[in-house]
Ligand binder design. Sequence first.
Ligand code: FAD
Length: 310
Amino acid sequence: AFDVLVVGGGPAGAAAAVYAARKGVRTGVVAERFGGQVLDTMSIENFISVPHTEGPKLAAALEQHTRDYGVDIMALQTAVALEPAAIPGGLARVKLASGATLQARTVILSTGARWRQMGVPGEAEYRNKGVAYCPHCDGPLFKGKRVAVIGGGNSGAEAAIDLAGIVAHVTLIEFDAALRADAVLQNKLRSLANVTIITSAQTTEVHGDGSKVVGLSYKDRNSGNLHRVDLDGIFVQIGLVPNTEWLKGTLALSPRGEIEIDARGQTSVPGVFAAGDATTVPYKQIVIALGEGAKAALSAFDHLIRTVPA
Ligand code: FAD
């Protein structure tokens, strides 16, 4: 059995594994794709002390650092169920899609999240070529340019306000007849001279010139007419979905499906910790996931030294 079994190999999982292994305890990582969302990222410019890097390069470095500590990495494996320990000090079980079951004294869940996509033509083709999902990450790339934000919930409104301070112009596109963002955000948004809000609008296509985004089309849901907007970037803000479907009913999840954790990364189940984008931690970023992973591992170690094995 493992002392610490980490499920998920993104920044949170890698940091958790390194911190656990450095305590000399038996550590394993199960990951579908080691590197996680970082693998899908082109350029990273907010990994402090590294002014510029690329996703695949950072993902490879995360994996190498984890391997250097002799961590047992089980890549291309999907966890499908978690069975908490039956008695205090007992072993938790993680079942894999392959049919195998792993046992561990503590478990750290770091299965991350995925951005909900519009699912329209051009979106996948121009991802990282104008189609973006993270304003904190990619906003500065569009300095002085025209962008759209898709989605008028809180994250869309926050993104539009944030971007309005950097880019030339923001068009906010909302599917419903009204924005769903908090009133205070809507008021702020309407006070900005370089923001246009379009409601009852369904984005139908992302247009590009073969190498980058040049515009989008939307359908006016009242008239049915199609309109085209010329722009350089599209920030899709229609939801970040945590990869926690497999944990429903096992531990406490927020209404959005995020794993509820306390300040130490402890979940509602003793001996089970969680970190990163899969959790209720605010702000989903690489440096935050790394810190959260480290914190969860230190909490798991603390749990191990205070618990008598059953
Ligand atoms: P993830 O990176 O999502 O990793 C989750 C891990 O869990 C993966 O290994 C996955 O395969 C695995 N997994 C999921 N489900 C299972 C399962 N059931 N069984 C086994 N394994 C499972 N942040 C920044 O700070 N700067 C940026 O510039 C930046 N740019 C971004 C660009 C894009 C396109 C995207 C999508 C995100 C970007 N982010 C950026 C956000 C950043 O990538 C995330 O905040 C960070 O990767 C979260 O780390 P994590 O370890 O919590 O989760």
